[in-house]
Design a protein around this ligand. Structure first.
Ligand code: NAD
Length: 476
């Protein structure tokens, strides 16, 4: 395992309060180490460092900034095995997925860094003697809060965009997966990011977020997590009139149309469902299948479910690890009990595995009533509720009936039907005939209560920039 610590003003520290929390391996329930928690004095030091770091970093030339960030990406690639292993130990996902996540975030960092070279302003033909221009500048010190499901992916999205844009950052990564965040920070500092630019803290999430958001020096709040917490942080930020970027939860519908290939759709959907044990905000989580292809879809989905190998992510051949924490186990049990009590058929799984660790069996429910909690609340776990439909408009209505609007998936052979789905889905991330993951070059983000602001693509950087209109009257 790695050493845990807070990273403030270019130095690792155990904090000033002496308080720690244990970090568990979800596959064994063993304690991996003890994580120091920040006091408010530590947080204040981190904010002061970020103010100083911002002044330093924004003055670094774009060429130098990009070179440093590329060096950090090089280090991450070199350490992918080690960082991936730390991630598997503390989060549970299979080593191959963890290593892949590290390589992906290195790519995302490179993309953001290069994109910062193109943070163009513009000169506007003026109606009078002024030179009228638009400029983009870094917003300033950022406070970011990230969860445990992508221990590298979530923090890197914030750090990469902030640092590429020229901002400094105080990031509170998850207390449940701190080692990966510490490893990321080591890559940035060894690459030459100056002291104060990147500060990593841990603590009581509610106290840390309230304290940091209230600080006038913090100019932007970036959060990934659940909708209730997102609303709370947005309210704190709103009371200070601070902009926010909110990457919140979803409950992604999958519509499989009558003309789709049910076997291919089932294989792709089942694969996406059980990635990271379903603990993904864009995970397909409500399966609406046309009655003409329902039986074939369910048969193939079950076959794919049976191929999932659950176990410790460090073991060869494991394709699904444990859930990240005991809260998820309890939530899965409650979803299944509720659905079955309302008349759903439990066809696979439905219970935790009889072994140490937070393992839950890949679970398939069919004929799930619309009022079952798993059909209306984000499951965030390895549960697939499958229902049939006869009319596509009805399926779209069901898909859009929830306040979520993150991801949606459609399967059809007809381009006209595909276009109907693309226009009809109320979601920010759409995939047709596959279940696409996030990519660096295109924006990801939700609509409705799934949040606002984007990560990835040129839009990802925009959130970390402010726009200035300048009219310059030339004088002798
Ligand atoms: P949670 O809502 O308590 O916490 C989610 C994340 O937010 C955690 O990392 C937590 O440390 C953080 N958090 C909680 N309260 C906070 C606060 N006041 N200020 C700052 N950060 C805070 O739930 P949980 O049990 O950890 O996760 C379960 C739910 O969270 C899931 O059902 C899912 O909806 C959501 N979630 C979403 C994502 C995502 O990628 N959008 C990731 C993880 C969890």
């Amino acid at each position: 395992m790695t050493d845990f610590g807070l990273f403030i003003d270019g130095e690792w520290t155990q904090g000033s309060g002496g308080q720690t929390v244990p970090v568990l391996n979800p596959a064994t329930e063993e304690i991996l180490g003890h994580l120091p928690l920040a006091t408010t004095a530590d947080l204040d030091r981190a904010v002061a460092a970020a103010v100083k770091g911002f002044a330093t970093w924004r003055a670094v030339s774009i060429a130098e900034r990009v070179a440093i960030l590329h060096r950090a990406a090089d280090l991450l690639v070199k350490r992918a095995d080690r960082v991936g292993r730390v991630m598997t130990l503390e989060q549970g996902k299979p080593l191959k997925e963890a290593r892949g996540e590290v390589l992906r975030v290195a790519g995302a960092l490179r993309w953001d860094a290069d994109d910062a070279r193109r943070a163009y302003g513009r000169i506007i033909p003026s109606a009078d003697d002024t030179v009228l221009s638009v400029r983009h500048e870094p917003v300033g010190p950022v406070a970011a809060f990230t969860p445990w499901n992508f221990p590298a992916g979530s923090p890197m999205r914030k750090i990469a965009a902030a640092l590429s844009a020229g901002c400094s950052i105080v990031i509170k990564a998850s207390e449940e997966t701190p080692g990966t965040a510490c490893e990321l920070v080591r890559c940035f500092t060894e690459a030459g990011v100056p002291a104060g630019v990147l500060n990593l803290v841990f603590g009581d999430p509610a106290e840390v977020s309230k304290h940091l958001i209230a600080k006038p020096e913090i100019r932007l709040v970036a959060f990934t997590g659940s909708i209730p917490v997102g609303k709370l942080l947005a309210a704190h930020a709103g009371s200070e009139m601070k902009p926010c970027l909110m990457e919140l939860g979803g409950h992604a519908p999958v519509i499989v149309c009558a003309d789709a290939d049910p076997v291919a759709a089932a294989r792709k959907a089942a694969f996406a469902k059980f990635v990271n044990a379903g603990q993904v905000c864009t995970s397909p989580s409500r399966f609406l299948v046309h009655e003409d292809v329902y039986d074939e879809f369910v048969t193939e989905f079950l076959a794919a479910t049976d191929r999932v190998t659950v176990g410790d992510g460090l073991e060869d051949g494991v394709t699904m690890g444990p859930l990240a924490n005991p809260r998820r186990l309890k939530a899965m049990e409650e979803f299944v009990t509720d659905a079955v009590s309302r008349g759903a058929n439990l066809i696979r799984g439905g219970e935790r595995l009889d072994r140490a660790g937070f393992f839950f069996a890949p679970t398939v429910l069919t004929d799930v009533p619309a009022d079952a909690r798993v059909m209306t609340e984000e499951p965030f776990g390895p549960i697939a509720p499958i229902v049939s439909f006869s009319d596509l408009d009805d399926a779209l209505r069901i898909a859009n009936a929830l306040p979520y609007g993150l991801a949606a998936y459609g399967f059809t052979r007809s381009s006209a039907t595909a276009e109907k789905l693309i226009r009809g889905f109320e979601a920010g991330i759409l995939s047709i005939n596959h279940c696409g993951g996030s990519v660096h070059e295109a924006p990801s983000g939700g609509v409705k209560q799934s949040g606002y602001g984007k990560e990835g693509g040129p839009e990802g950087l925009e959130g970390y920039l402010v726009t200035k209109r300048v009219s310059h009257l030339l004088v002798d």
